[in-house]
Structures are given as C-alpha cells and as structure tokens.
Write a protein that binds this ligand. Structure first.
Ligand SMILES: [Zn+2]
Length: 533
C-alpha cells in the first residue's frame, strides 16, 4: 500500500504522461487542496473523498492554449465548452495587439469593440473597466470554467498614447506607452502582444515595438506577435522583423499562428530556419501554430490599413467613398491572393451577420454574394461591412495541409488555437485543435510521440507564459489535468461542420475540480486569472 493521503480526489489506474517529455509511467494522482501528489503502487488503502477510475486513460497536465479570442465572449459563455472539451485548462487572451484594457476613455473602448467585433465579438456586457486590474478583477469575479492569462496589446497602448491615426509615435508618446505597459504588467499582464494587420497597433514601427518589448522583458514578460504579413517579400521578412524586435529589445519573442501557405514562393524550410538560426544565436524565439487549414479573422482585414486610420468613424466614411473603393480595388489586385486563397472571393466565407435581410449569407462566401448581386466584389465587400457596422468575420484558407505538420512537430512549436467565438461556422480550429494533434498526428500518423506532443501543449507553454506551478504532473503542482483515451481521442469538427466537440477527452480538472466528467461539461467554474508573478 502506498503511504499517502488522504486526498480530496484520487485518480487511479491511469498512465501518466507528465508533460516533461519523459516516458509515460503508471501512477495514481492524489489531489488535496487543489495540489497534486503522485502515488505509486497499490492504492487500495489510500483514503480519498472521491475516486476517479482512469483505467485505459492517459493522465496529463491540462492543455495551455497560447492564442484565444475569448476575452469578451467568455463573459456571456463562462462555461467555454468548445475549449474545455478539448482539454484546455488555461488560455492566453489579449492576443493580436487587441486587449480591451488598459483603455482609459470609454469612447476609445467602444471604438476598439466596433473595429474588432468580427474577431472578438461585441457582447452586451456592461463595459465598466478601464485598467488592466479592473478588467482582470471582472474576469476573476466571473469564475469561468478555465484559467485565463492576459497579454496587454500594443493597440491598447497606442490608442492611449498616440490615438487612432497612422503616424509615428513621438519620444514622449513612446515613454507613455512604456509606462502604461509597465503598469499593466504590474497589474498582472504576462507580456506584450501585437497584431500588425490590425490598426492602430499596426502603425507601430520596428523600433517602437522593440522598445515596448524591452519594457515587457524587464518585468519578466515576452513579446507575442501576429507578424506584419504584408511586409517586404511577404514570406520571410515579416518573421525577420519579429526576430529583430526581440534582438533589439533583448526580450523573448513568440511568433503566434506561425504557418506556411500554399501560395508562398518556397516551402516551410526557410521559415523554420529563421527560428532555428535565431535560437542558435542565443535568442529566445518560440512559436505556436494551429493544426487546421482554415484561418479566420475580422473581414475588415481585407481593407488596407490606411483606410482604417482614425478609427471606426473615418473608416466607415472612407468605405462609402467611390474614390476610396477604386484605390482599394487596385491595392487588393496588387496584393493578390495573400489574404484569401486561390479561389479568391469564393474562398472567403462570411459570418457574424445580424442585419435581418443579410442573415441568409451567414456561412456563405463573398463569391456567393457577388454572384447573386452581380456587383463588383469590392463594392460588395464595402457594402456588407457598412451594413453590418464592420462586425463581419471571415474564414479563409490558412495553413497548407502539406506543410502544417512541419510546424506541429518542431521542437519549439506549441499550440495556439486562435479560436474565435463569433459567427455560426468558425474555423474548426476553435473546437478541434488539441484533439486533432493527439488523434491524427500522434496516433494515426505517428508524426511525433505522445510525450512530445503533451510536452509542447503543457510544460513548454507554461514556461513560455511564466507559470511556475502548472503544466506538469508533479508533486505540489496545481491539479489542472486532462484524462483522455489515447485510442479514441479525435477531433470530429470539419470546415463544413465546425461546431462539434471532440471524442475521447473524458475528464478535465481545473484546480482539482472536474469541469468535464465522462465526456460532458459539469457546469463547474473553478477558473482563475493567472496574473504575472
Ligand atoms: Zn488571433
């Protein structure tokens, strides 16, 4: 009999994949006051308030999602089932430069909400916060089903210090952003995010971002970046800039949704070599990717950044202007298929409609609308955005199926689902990312070992975001755990039918409390805000 216990919960009979990357082993896991203890040998005499039979199941640390767009929608859906059912116990919000704090002026917050409703949603929740502390306190009071870690977005900083216009920051404005960032991190943010397709954060230049990265790094944070995709050769130059920002700012760089598109001029090798070379030079560069072929963001991303200067009011005025539309038409033609796929408008699936006569376009493509209306596609695009107050979402081709495995199996590759919660038919990444890796890439294709995959989803991600007592099944760690059936685990969602929960994720525990029990959500909400410590 093992000399341990008594416990609140005892998970018996399972195989532990502890998150370190080491071989699986047989052990029970006891949980007392949210913390776990490994128990080896016979557990018959170990006292526990509750016993969970894990025979045939893998017991692993809960998964950490490095990119989630739930920072607003979770207020109306704190159970957050699409993520919890994947085994996610912590997710990173405030990504893509788009954090909704700190924002001092309520009209600025409203403007940011309008601009990004097609990506982050715009639920009616009473926007009563301004500082990071007040926003995180509200999340904490909500008690969602999983834990949240918050990044401060450079758009929020720029709105406060520079405003909405496309212009460089002065020295004083930069100093202002640095002090806002410092304060945000002192209030719990884990680092700085950027989304260099999204104004006004995208108006920041390399040096501005390097200085902000230096500020974040000085407080133990890191730079999490959606790179400047239209930069230079539109292939490697965007990532070169991200690495340069880390080099100049002497801070860690995490490239989010790093993937290769079929339309790129070369294969994924040169992209991954940038990361490998930077690391060989001693730079701390990591990345996440999502294991689905479908990207998704706000439809407004189609519209060049200069059109969006000044915020939603000026954006809408310009979208209504025939001369502006002509210039957008020329620029989109020059930019080619960068933002869509080979089928152009037929590859842009629309979502998040609310205007009654437009609801029938939900889940249909821009090509469908163009075909019915017989109008010019740019006119259709601008008209739809105006009719829907900019809030539309798009799903377009993203990672190329032939190259996405190179990113999944890379030693510093992690998972960021980039999950969105707007529209009826999101990218399947919102529901299936972690199970797809475990089911298809680990089990069916043997692309990487189970312990490697779990390591990247747990301890590697915990180290990246600065969590010191989560991400491993190790004595004294917080009992954020997932129990899954390695034979049955799989994603069931598809492009056509994306809102389907996975199979084989049997139990999920957050701080020792079951939020998924035998494959069903329990309704429990033990989640916390994990502030920088
Ligand atoms: Zn994103």
């Amino acid at each position: 009999m093992a000399d341990a216990g008594p416990f609140d919960v005892l998970i018996e009979g399972g195989t532990v994949v502890d998150g370190s990357g080491d071989q699986p082993f047989a052990a029970a896991v006891g949980i007392l006051h949210e913390r776990l203890t490994l128990v080896f040998g016979d557990t018959d005499g170990v006292a526990a308030g509750r016993r969970i039979d894990a025979n045939g199941l893998i017991v692993a640390p809960g998964f950490i999602d490095l990119h989630s767009h739930s920072g607003l929608t979770i207020f109306v859906d704190p159970l957050h089932e699409p993520k919890v059912r994947q085994g996610v116990t912590t997710e990173v919000i405030g990504v893509d430069g788009l954090s909704y704090a700190p924002i001092a002026d309520p009209s600025d917050l409203e403007a940011l909400l309008v601009m990004n409703a097609g990506l982050d949603g715009h639920p009616e929740i009473g926007y009563d916060w301004s500082t990071v502390e007040s926003y995180l306190d509200r999340l904490e009071a909500l008690r969602p089903s999983l834990n949240l870690a918050f990044m401060v977005g450079n758009s929020a900083l720029r709105i406060g210090a520079v405003g909405w216009d496309e212009e460089p920051a002065t020295g004083g404005q930069l100093a202002n952003m640095r002090s806002m960032l410092r304060e945000a991190m002192e209030q719990g943010a884990i680092g700085l995010s950027s989304g260099l397709d999204y104004p006004p954060g995208s108006y920041a230049d390399t040096e501005e971002l390097a200085q902000l990265t230096a500020e974040a790094a000085a407080l133990g944070g890191f730079y999490h970046t959606h790179v400047r995709y239209p930069l230079g050769d539109r292939f490697l130059d965007p990532y070169r800039e991200a690495i340069e920002i880390g080099r100049r700012g002497e801070g860690p760089v995490h490239i989010t949704h790093f993937y290769h598109k079929q339309i790129f001029p070369e294969g994924p090798g040169p992209m991954l070599a940038l990361v490998d070379d930077a690391r060989a030079q001693g730079l701390d560069v990591t990345f996440d990717t999502y294991p689905y072929e479908w990207a998704s963001t706000r439809l407004l991303i189609m519209i060049p950044p200069w059109v969006q200067s000044g915020g939603p009011g000026p954006t809408k005025e310009r979208l209504a202007d025939a001369g502006v539309r002509a210039r957008i038409r020329r620029e989109l033609a020059d930019r080619g298929v960068l933002f869509a796929g080979r089928r152009a408008w037929d590859d842009v699936r629309l979502g998040a409609f609310r205007t009654p006569d437009l609801l029938r376009w939900e889940g249909r493509t821009l090509g469908d609308v163009v075909a019915e209306r017989g109008d010019d596609p740019v006119d259709v695009l601008c008209d739809l955005l105006l009719a829907e107050d900019l809030r539309l979402n798009q799903v377009t081709p993203g990672p190329w199926s032939e190259s996405l495995r190179e990113f999944i199996r890379h030693p510093v590759g992690m998972i960021g689902t980039d999950s969105t919660f707007v529209g009826d038919r999101p990218s399947p990444r919102s529901y299936g990312s972690f199970p797809r890796v475990l089911g298809q890439f680990v089990r069916d294709e043997a692309l990487l070992s189970l312990e490697e995959a779990v390591c990247s989803m747990t301890s590697a991600a915990a180290a990246r975001i600065g969590l010191h007592d989560r991400g491993l099944v190790r004595d004294g760690y917080v009992a954020d755990l997932v129990l899954f059936d390695p034979e049955r685990v799989r994603a069931t969602c598809t492009y056509e039918d994306p809102c389907r929960y996975p199979d084989g994720i049997e139990w999920v525990l957050v701080s020792g409390e079951a939020v998924v029990e035998r494959g069903a959500h329990t309704g429990a909400r033990p989640g916390r805000v994990l502030r920088r410590s």
